[in-house]
Structures are given as structure tokens and as C-alpha cells.
Ligand binder design. Sequence first.
Ligand code: DGY
Length: 322
Amino acid sequence: MKPKIYITRMLPNEIIDKLSGDFDVRMWEEEDIPVPKEVLLKEIEDVDGLICLFTETIDEEVIKKAHNLKVISNVAVGYNNIDIEAAAKRDIIVTNTPGVLTETTADLTFALLMATARRVVEASDYLRRGEWGSWSMMQLTGQDIYGATMGIIGLGRIGEALVKRAKGFDMKVLYHNRTRKLEKEQELGIHYVELKDLLEQSDYVCLLLPYSPEVHHLIGKEELSLMKNDAILINSGRGGLVDEDALFHALKDGEIWAAGLDVFEQEPVPVDHPLLTLPNVVTLPHIGSASVKTRMRMAHLAADNMINVLKGNEPITPVFLI
Ligand code: DGY
């Protein structure tokens, strides 16, 4: 009997073909609807491997139902959707997809920063609404990017890739991270500062740290009040890092200048969400890693992790309990 795999969202045929030879593959086949919890609870019962997206919550309840499960392969670098402690207790290996999405996500983060700073979406909408009466001096003026100060919170792979883009714009880069990275400071020409100093000094505050309950609402009312009035917040990490209510008020009251958000506490973000009513917010539907090549690389890495574990080999990119 072939080992069984359940896939929680449609993956490209290339990936299914790669898995089907050696495994009995079942898949949730709705493209845009996440697998309902009751379906997942049923499907998980007899499988050896699970391939999931970060949109699926793999909590203790799900893990307890899995009698044969050996590996959970997340098609994402972030894995806050998985209870890794509950998995470890059952000796279930968890894997993610680091490395393959670094540059693509850094590209998107910088694109979001540029679009927010130069009011690209707002300006395009203005033109299409027929409001462009004539060219005028201060019409749709934004913030400069070159020579400005970028503050990166969370200097992992994507943070480092973002530094390289910032340096191309002659930006000064500050960073705050759980651990100081002295060799990176030398190599990349960046400066470590405390969170408070980063918030006070940066023109762009970019959130790129992984989400965990310890950093829930890391950026709240107090932190936003430390930022400059013309500063911009960019979040391409996870929605839970920011207190959205506090952000709404800070943006509305002019405490900070604008925000570029690729992620939200609730995704998909409801279309009547207060943040979506503000002109100084650029919003995207969590597309940091969304290039064709990168998504294919992520899917292949997730499949390879699964194949390795189920064939008794080491996973390529395991997640470790810290
Ligand atoms: C991730 O990988 O964690 C992203 O949020 C989705 O690409």
C-alpha cells in the first residue's frame, strides 16, 4: 500500500504528478475556498503526510485526529498556522519553504514601499475618476525614498534582501532583531538600534519578523506615537504584528503619514474594514511571494520535503522548536 498524502489546496499538476507515483494523493479541489475544518478533521485521520498552506490552521485538535501522520509540509516560510509543539509531542516533522521566496518577497516589500510613498494607487485612481484638471505644484506629492532612513524589524533572509534594495536607493538602514547580527552590520552597512530608536528615527518602518504570540501587536498605539508624522509603515510579515485599530487612528489623525499592507489580522480582510476607507493606505492581498517561479519553487520544496520524510530521509527544510 502506498503512503497517503492529503493536500489542503489545489497545487499545480506538475507537483501532483511528482507525488502520485509513490503516494496515494488526495486533495481539496476548490481553488479559492480553504478546506473546511470538518473535512480536514476527517481527511487527516488516515494520512501519512499533510501538505498545507498558511491559510489552514493545523492546531492540536487536527493533530490529535491524525493517527498515522509523520510529516506536515507547509507551503510557506511562516508556520504560525501550525501548532509545532503539538506536532513535536507526536513526533510529527514540520517543514516550511525558506530561501526560495526571499528575493520575490523583498521585491514586493520594496514595491509596496514605493507605491505607498509616491501614492501610486491613489494617483492612478484619481486620473481614472477624471479628476485630473491640470498639473499643479503640490498635487499628489509623496515622500522621497532615495536617501531616506529605512528601519527593518526582523533581519532574517528577507530583511537582508530588502537591505540590498534600500542600498540601491542610497538609504540609511537601521534594524532591530531578537539577536544582533554583527557580521551583517559590517557586510551590509547597517546599524542595530533598539526598537524605540528605530521607530523614532525611521522614515520607513518595515515589518519582516515571523509572527508568534510574543510579538502580537508589536506595533500598537504607543509604538505608532513614536514614529515621525511623515513616516510610513510597511507590513509584509503577518497581520497580527500590528494593532489595526491603533493603526487606523494613527493614520486618520496624521500621527503617521501612510501604510502599505500586504497582510492583515483577518485574511481575506473584510472589504468594509476601516483601514480600507483611508486614502493613505495601500493594500494588497498577501502577495509577497506571488511570482510564478517562486510559487512553483515553494510547491516543489514542499513536495520534496514530504517525499524525503516519507521515504525515510532527512527533510530539506525542517522547522525546529526553539
Ligand atoms: C509565507 O511564506 O509565509 C508567506 O506569507 C506566503 O508566501
